[in-house]
Design a protein around this ligand. Structure first.
Ligand SMILES: [Zn+2]
Length: 382
C-alpha cells in the first residue's frame, strides 16, 4: 500500500495549496472538501478497504487535470494488482467526465483498453484500441496492445498490420522476426488444410523478413515432405538441426520419419551423437533412434552420467539400461539398481528441459513463443 501514498501525496499537497490560495469562502470550502475526500479515500486504501475508497473517488464531483492524472494512475495500480474490476470502474467513471482534455481522454481510453485486455474481454479491448488508432493513425500506442490481441486470437494478417504500424517509429530486426513468425503461423495453418500453394507463398514472405530463420527452414522441409521429396526434406531438416539443436524436441518426429523413408538413420545418428557431446538433452532422441536400429554406438560413460543427473523419459531409461547391460566394465550389476533408482527419481522430479529467458517459465518441449509472457524466440535449455 506504500505506493498509494506516493501516488496521492502530490494531490494532497495540491489540495492544501489550492485551499490556501483561494480567498473566496465558498471555493475554500469546496477545496477543503476535496482534500477531506482524498484523505478519506487514502485511509480506506491503507486499511485495505478498496471498495469504500473507490466509492469516495468515484462519487467526488470535481475532477480537474490534477485529480484526473491521479485517478488514471490509481486505476492502473488496481489493474497491476490484478483488481481489474476496480480498475474498470475507476477508468469508466473518469471517461464519463466532461472536464478531461483531449490528451487525458486518449490516456484514459488506452487505460480502459488495457483493463478490458487484462479482463480477457478481447472484443471490447480491440474496439477501444481501434478507436484510438482511427482517431490518430500515426499514434503507435494502440498498436502494441492490438498486436498482442491478434496474437491471442490467431489473426495473423492483422498481427502483421499492427506490427507494421508499430514499426512507424523505426523498423527494427525484431519487427521483421515477428512478421516472419506470423507468416510461419499462417503457413502452418494452410499446411494443415492442405493448401500447399498458400504455404509456399507464406514461407517465401517469412523468408524475406528473416532469411536465416530455423523455423522457416523447418517449414520448407515440411513442404518438401508433403510433396514427397523426402531426400531434400531430410537435408533441410538436418541443416535446421545443425543450426539450432534446441529444436530437436520439435523436429525429431519429422526428421526421424523422413530418415526412415530415405534410409538415412546412420547419418542422423552421427549428427545426434555429435550434438549429444555438448547437449545432454539430445540423449533421449538418440536412444530412440538407436533402439529403432539396434545400433550400439553410444558413449556409455556419458550414459551413466545422464542417468544419474538428467531427467529422461521412461522409454529412454529402459533403452539406456539395455545398453548398459552389455557394458559390465562401465557399470557392474550391483551398480545398476541405484542407477535405475536415481534415473526414476529424476524422472519424477519433473525437471523442465526448457526455460524462457525472459520470464523464467519452464516447459518440457521447445516452443517458438513462451506461453507465459508471449515473447518469441526466448526459450532455451534450462
Ligand atoms: Zn516467458
Amino acid at each position: 500500500m506504500i505506493e498509494i501514498l506516493f501516488l496521492l501525496l502530490p494531490l494532497a499537497f495540491y489540495s492544501g495549496w489550492r485551499a490556501a490560495k483561494k480567498n473566496n469562502s465558498k471555493q475554500c470550502a469546496e477545496s477543503n472538501k476535496l482534500a477531506d475526500d482524498y484523505v478519506k479515500g487514502v485511509n480506506y486504501l491503507l486499511s485495505e478497504e478498496p471498495d469504500k475508497a473507490l466509492e469516495v473517488f468515484i462519487n467526488h464531483p470535481d475532477v480537474d487535470e490534477y485529480t484526473a492524472e491521479t485517478y488514471l494512475l490509481l486505476g492502473n495500480m488496481f489493474r497491476n494488482r490484478g483488481e481489474v474490476d476496480r480498475a474498470l470502474r475507476l477508468h469508466q467513471n473518469l471517461m464519463a467526465r466532461s472536464s478531461l482534455t483531449k490528451y487525458q481522454k486518449t490516456s484514459v481510453l488506452l487505460a480502459l483498453g488495457e483493463d478490458y485486455f487484462a479482463a480477457g474481454m478481447l472484443d471490447r479491448a480491440e474496439s477501444v484500441f481501434q478507436e484510438l488508432l482511427e482517431a490518430d493513425p500515426n499514434g503507435v500506442n494502440a498498436c502494441l496492445p492490438l498486436r498482442q490481441i491478434y496474437e491471442q486470437t490467431h489473426e495473423w494478417e492483422k498481427a502483421i498490420q499492427t506490427t507494421l504500424c508499430l514499426s512507424k517509429k523505426s523498423f527494427t530486426e525484431s519487427h521483421q522476426k515477428l512478421i516472419a513468425h506470423y507468416y510461419c503461423e499462417m503457413a502452418e495453418q494452410e499446411m494443415s488444410l492442405g493448401n500447399l500453394h498458400k504455404v509456399e507463398e507464406y514461407i517465401s514472405k517469412a523468408e524475406k523478413n528473416f532469411k536465416s530463420s530455423v523455423r522457416v527452414m523447418i517449414l520448407q522441409a515440411d513442404l518438401l515432405e508433403r510433396k514427397k521429396n523426402y531426400k531434400s526434406a531430410f537435408k533441410v531438416y538436418l541443416k535446421a538441426l545443425r543450426l539450432d539443436s534446441r529444436v530437436l524436441s520439435y523436429l525429431y518426429s519429422k526428421i526421424s520419419k523422413v530418415s526412415a523413408v530415405v534410409g538415412k538413420d546412420k547419418e542422423l545418428e552421427v549428427i545426434l551423437l555429435d550434438l549429444y557431446k555438448n547437449d545432454g538433452a539430445v540423449l533421449s532422441y538418440l536412444l530412440m533412434l538407436i533402439s529403432r536400429n539396434g545400433s550400439n554406438n553410444i558413449p556409455v560413460n556419458f550414459l551413466v552420467d545422464d542417468l544419474k543427473n538428467r531427467k529422461l523419459d521412461i522409454s529412454s531409461i529402459i533403452s539406456a539400461i539395455d545398453i548398459l547391460k552389455s557394458n559390465y566394465d562401465i557399470c557392474s550389476e550391483h551398480e545398476k539398481l541405484p542407477l535405475i533408482e536415481k534415473a526414476l527419481i529424476n524422472y519424477l522430479k519433473g525437471e523442465a528441459i526448457f526455460q524462457c529467458q525472459n520470464c523464467g517459465y519452464k516447459m518440457q518441449d521447445y516452443m517458438w513463443r513462451c506461453p507465459a509472457c508471449y515473447q518469441w524466440d526466448r526459450v532455451s535449455h534450462s
